[in-house]
Design a protein around this ligand. Structure first.
Ligand SMILES: Nc1nc2c(ncn2[C@@H]2O[C@H](COP(=O)(O)OP(=O)(O)O)[C@@H](O)[C@H]2O)c(=O)[nH]1
Ligand SMILES: [Mg+2]
Ligand SMILES: [Zn+2]
Length: 341
């Protein structure tokens, strides 16, 4: 296969322009669309962008394949997994280990409706999880048509998650949908995080490229798959959106990285505490508690930070490791990229 052909094919599956897949000689390149139990659906595309999907056993390959992985397959097995650029994690029920939900993401859309009071805790928790992944979080406020005061809620969300891109949308009036599309251009892979009923499926339906079709596989055209199993959605805007299981608030992996990115103001204040290892729990000379006391740091915000910080101590998950982030913030904060005790 020529390099040009390979890159055309990969682009249709969400590869950034110029990405070198480096798939080993003799393997067919594809992308995992979803993992169900011990089975892995891999999506392939031919030069004209027509896709097909095949199912493979998970096998013994390490790490376990997840949605979004770039893989090389041969003779019915997944033989190679490309090192991940980012990975979205959540704790397993035991909380001793993490489960990887999706890999190689560029954006994590934190979807929150504003036809009711903002759920700040949800915004913060999903932000922590999004930053932990190494991808960039984007807040998508939905149902603006049902909001009492769009501007006030947008401002509240922006204050809660400072420095994070935000789009106000309504599937009803079309507000903001072009803006979301523009973020999901060719070479972009995204997932959506949000509670049930917030408008994720509605948003996907607006963005999904309805003209595509799935070609049956096999020498006699016997289709092993239909569109109903396909969970790597190619969007009209050129990007792809991966389906992930619904996430509950409790399911959020907490890392020092995600916490610091979500609460940059508290992080910043903490650098001026008298003791470098100040835990902001009543230690002498604590600048964070002083800011709460004089009202310059919102008490709710501090309590939220403390709650998440406590959850982090209970989780004992491994550091994010090799899946390094690519955002400016993460690069800037690289020296604080470690788990707390
Ligand atoms: N008024 C209004 N309703 C919406 C909007 N987006 C979604 N909904 C409705 O909210 C409900 C839940 O949406 P859905 O997309 O299924 O949420 P999901 O559970 O996050 O996938 C449905 O009844 C949608 O029609 C919107 O922008 N405005
Ligand atoms: Mg849904
Ligand atoms: Zn302190």
């Amino acid at each position: 296969m020529t390099a040009d052909l390979t890159s055309t094919i990969l682009a249709s599956l969400g590869a950034p322009a110029g990405m070198d897949l480096d798939v080993p000689e003799g393997l067919d390149p594809g992308r995992v669309s979803i993992v169900h139990g011990a089975l892995v659906d891999v999506i392939f595309a031919d030069a004209s962008g027509i896709e097909h999907e095949e199912t493979f056993p998970t096998g013994t390959i390490e790490p376990h394949p997840v949605a979004g992985d770039w893989v090389g397959v041969t003779q019915g097995t997944i033989a190679w997994i490309r090192p991940r650029s980012s990975q979205l994690r959540r704790p397993e029920t035991s909380k001793r280990r993490v489960q990887i939900l999706a890999a190689n993401l560029d954006l994590v859309l934190v979807v929150v409706p504003i036809d009711r009071p903002l759920n700040l805790q949800m915004l913060e928790s999903f932000s922590v999880m999004a930053w932990d992944s190494g991808a960039e979080p984007v807040v998508v406020l939905t149902k603006a048509d049902g909001a009492d005061d769009v501007q006030a809620q947008a401002t509240e969300a922006a204050v809660t998650l400072p420095g994070i891109r935000q789009v106000v949308t309504s599937a009803e009036t079309g507000l903001g949908l072009d803006e979301v599309s523009a973020l999901l251009g060719p070479g972009t892979t995204a997932v959506m995080l949000g509670a049930s009923g917030v408008g994720k499926t509605t948003l996907l339906n607006v963005l999904d490229d309805r003209d595509e079709f799935v070609r049956p596989v096999g020498p006699h055209g016997e289709g092993r798959h239909s569109t109903t199993t396909r969970k790597l959605h190619r969007l009209a805007s050129g990007g792809v959106l991966l389906d992930i299981p619904g996430i509950r608030l409790l399911d959020v992996v907490v890392s020092a990285q995600g916490l610091a990115e979500t609460f940059p103001d508290i992080e910043e204040l903490g650098t001026t505490c008298r003791f470098a290892d100040c835990r902001h729990r009543g230690d002498e000379g604590c600048a964070v508690l002083a800011a709460v006391a004089d009202g310059s740091l919102d008490e709710r915000r501090f309590e939220s930070w403390r709650r998440i910080r406590t959850a982090m101590a209970e989780q004992t998950v491994e550091p994010r490791g090799e899946a390094s982030g690519r955002s400016r913030r993460q690069l800037r904060r690289r020296d604080s990229d470690e788990e707390l005790d």
